[in-house]
Design a protein around this ligand. Structure first.
Ligand code: ADP
Ligand code: MG
Length: 680
């Protein structure tokens, strides 16, 4: 079933078929799942006496006096009189003389269009029409579906063709959700949902149809992550590494720190230590705002593991970040006789080979690095723990490679606070830990949306701060179209600031096109305060720790999501001095200004990412784009209620039958990983 030829079914030309293909519709199933973009409620006709010029009028009545004529400039126009029980109105069409043949006189029809005033009277101009004597009304007098269109096919055409397909095929659609799930969640049957979503019989039924389809999408996402979680927790027993807590060494290390752990850090460490004692590998995601102190948490877990003869690996997305980790690991764990190594793209081949050899023989206890850690020749003798920092910067495959070195315990970390519902959908195979507390004494960063007229004042103020010994970052706008444009913008900003605004200061320039050594060199001199202001693109913001930098100036702030702005802001406020974040934005709408104002108001990354999610969708949450947000047609990842409900439903199934052997239809859909859930 459903493999009938789409073109034959809808009797169309190959040109139109190609257009449908452009919209992602190749067969009958695709077409049935080509959901409307929105709807036009035209259930209530406008009375002719009440026609207005400021909206689309849908009128029902009879057409008379239809004739073609030419204006004095030679334009063809068609005129007629349209009448209902409340009055008459003139109708005008341009360049469609065939209408005099197509439109019946004195029979009921529906017209839809704008009304205009000209020469003192009102007329309907170029309205669309629907004849009523044929079959069911699909273009008017109902809730009318509006589709994404493409050149050459419009919603009217799609509606007509879909009607044919639905009438013939929708009843063939099979239910695939288990009876129990349908009942418990009060869902309407699948085929009803498909019919109703295209041609709703009422707003209530439409709502139910959308809910059913959204539920399905989220339900399958949840099934997938829960299955994955189960598999990770059910690795062969001989691979399990049950690791007890080495309280003695942990206490010693904690006591040697120059600060006290926060309550949140302690809580998360405890959660991880409990995981390690279980007979299956840990898989835990630690979310914590920038500066919340994730590194020390990672170091302590690593210490617990390596003190019992296992190895640990820490992977970070950039060399700058990996280097920073390496230094803080050496600083924190330097006194325990551990062999800690660093490996990255810039590591010389000879040295690299030597380290890899040591990793394989087990002489390296902790290795810290970049992607270099998951390259071909790498191996471990006894990897007990894999830590991935800024995990969303890595693909699933890269994470899986690290996991494949003997199923180690896995700890992933992110400074992107992700709203819970989103996290359980995208990372639902992991346990979640949240560091929701910043170390004591952390100052809050004063954030200001700066108006253009205050720009120079802001610059002078920055200069003043720098004279007092502080440092600043300038982040240039994100230009999505191309990396080259990004580069151009950062180069010209740098030149402009150096020449015209801060001629007496030393400015540095950092962007993605620089060689690794060049980047490192610039970062080093910034850290040493040999550079006063670091001008950079948005690509290299992760994890840089320069306590003396107290000013973050962001150009084109309107182009960034709030959670990314929050990431930038986290680069300052790391030392003892009061820090500031200035947002510059161009052509702000009222809404845009309100959005940016929330940066002034909130210091919590969670709060900001929730606002992002609500206002601009998950794609705006910093870093999520790369990690592959599922392409959902009906569901929304900000619909926390449906996410929770679908997760509960999926959990029930997985608990009963993780392999889905008793649910062959679900199994097949998951296996095919199809976007549409229709099974033949
Ligand atoms: P992030 O969570 O952004 O990775 P880091 O681990 O880099 O944060 O920590 C930021 C800074 O805070 C580091 O300099 C670290 O030494 C310090 N730090 C971590 N925990 C605490 C704490 N409990 N009290 C004070 N400072 C801390
Ligand atoms: Mg960090």
């Amino acid at each position: 079933m459903f493999n009938a030829n789409l073109r034959d079914e809808i009797r169309t030309t190959s040109r139109h078929l190609a257009k449908l293909n452009e919209l992602g519709v190749y067969d009958i199933k695709d077409f049935l799942c080509y959901f409307p973009r929105t709807y036009n409620d035209s259930r209530n006709y406008t009375k002719i006496a009440e026609i207005r010029t400021d909206k689309i009028n849908v009128v029902k009545g009879k057409l008379s006096n239809l004739f073609n004529m030419r204006t004095k400039y030679g334009k063809k126009i068609t005129r007629g009189i349209f009448t209902d029980s409340t009055g008459s109105i003139e109708v005008v069409w341009f360049n469609q003389p065939h209408l005099t043949r197509m439109l019946p006189r004195n029979a009921e029809i529906v017209l839809m269009g704008k009304a205009k005033f000209s020469f003192g009277k009102i007329s309907l101009q170029s309205p669309a029409y629907e004849l009523l004597n044929l079959s069911e009304q699909i273009h008017s007098g109902r809730i009318v579906p509006i589709y994404h269109e493409t050149e050459g096919i419009n919603s009217k055409w799609i509606r007509e063709k879909l009607k044919i397909v639905i009438d013939k095929w929708a009843d063939e659609l099979q239910e695939y959700l288990p009876e129990q799930i349908i009942k418990e969640n009060n869902l309407i049957p699948y085929k009803t949902a498909i019919k109703e979503v295209h041609f709703p019989s009422s707003p209530e039924r439409l709502k139910k149809a959308k809910y059913r389809l959204a539920f399905d999408e989220l339900f399958f996402l949840q099934l997938k992550v829960l299955q994955k979680k189960w598999h990770w927790q059910n690795i062969p027993k001989e691979n399990a590494k049950i690791i007890e807590t080495n309280s003695e060494i942990l206490k010693k290390c904690i006591n040697s720190l120059p600060f006290k752990l926060t309550g949140a850090q302690k809580k998360v460490i405890k959660e991880a230590l409990i995981d390690l004692k279980k007979p299956y590998p840990m898989s835990r995601l630690i979310q914590g705002d920038v500066g919340s102190g994730k590194t020390i948490v990672a170091a302590l877990i690593a210490l617990n593991i390596v003190s019992q003869g296992y190895q640990a690996a820490i992977m970070a997305p950039t060399e700058i970040l990996a280097t920073q980790h390496y230094r803080s690991f050496v600083k924190t764990l330097g006194n325990y006789g551990l062999n800690i190594q660093f490996i990255a793209g810039s590591t010389k081949q000879g040295l690299k080979d030597e380290i890899i050899k040591q990793m394989k023989t087990g002489t390296v206890d902790i290795v810290i690095g970049t992607h270099a850690l998951i390259q071909d020749k790498i191996g471990f003798k006894n990897l007990g723990l894999a830590i991935i920092d800024e995990q969303h910067r890595f693909g699933v495959k890269q994470r899986d490679i690290l996991k494949s070195y003997g199923s180690p315990h896995l700890l992933t970390m992110t400074a992107t606070p992700i709203p819970r519902t989103l996290a359980i959908t995208l990372y639902g195979d992991q346990e979640l830990s949240i560091i929701d507390e910043l170390p004591k004494g952390r100052q809050s960063i004063i954030t200001k949306l700066v108006r253009e007229k205050d720009r120079i004042t802001a610059y002078r103020w920055v200069e003043d701060q720098i004279k007092k010994g502080r440092q600043a970052f300038v982040v240039c706008p994100l230009i999505e179209e191309s990396e080259n444009l990004d580069l151009k913008s950062v180069l010209s900003e740098y030149a402009y600031l150096q020449e015209h605004i801060f001629p007496k200061l030393k400015l540095g320039l950092l962007h993605g096109k620089l060689k690794q050594e060049e980047k490192d060199e610039i970062m080093e001199s910034f850290k040493k305060n040999e550079i006063n202001i670091l001008v950079s693109t948005s690509v290299i913001e992760v994890g840089i720790d320069v306590p003396n930098a107290t000013i973050m100036l962001i150009e084109g702030a309107e182009r960034f999501g709030l959670s990314q702005l929050h990431q930038f802001r986290g680069r300052v406020g790391r030392g003892v001095h009061q820090s500031y974040c200035f947002l510059f934005a161009k052509n702000l709408s009222e809404e845009g200004a309100k959005r940016l104002k929330s940066m002034e108001k909130y210091s919590s990354g969670f709060k900001l990412s929730e606002i992002d999610l609500e206002l601009r969708g998950p794609g705006e949450i910093y870093g999520l784009k790369q990690s592959g947000i599922p392409d959902l047609k009906m569901a929304s990842l900000s619909d926390s209620k449906t996410i929770e409900i679908s997760r509960i439903a999926a959990k029930k199934i997985i608990k009963k039958d993780v392999k889905l052997d008793n649910y062959p239809k679900l199994k097949k859909i998951l296996k095919n990983n199809t976007e549409t859930y229709i099974n033949d």
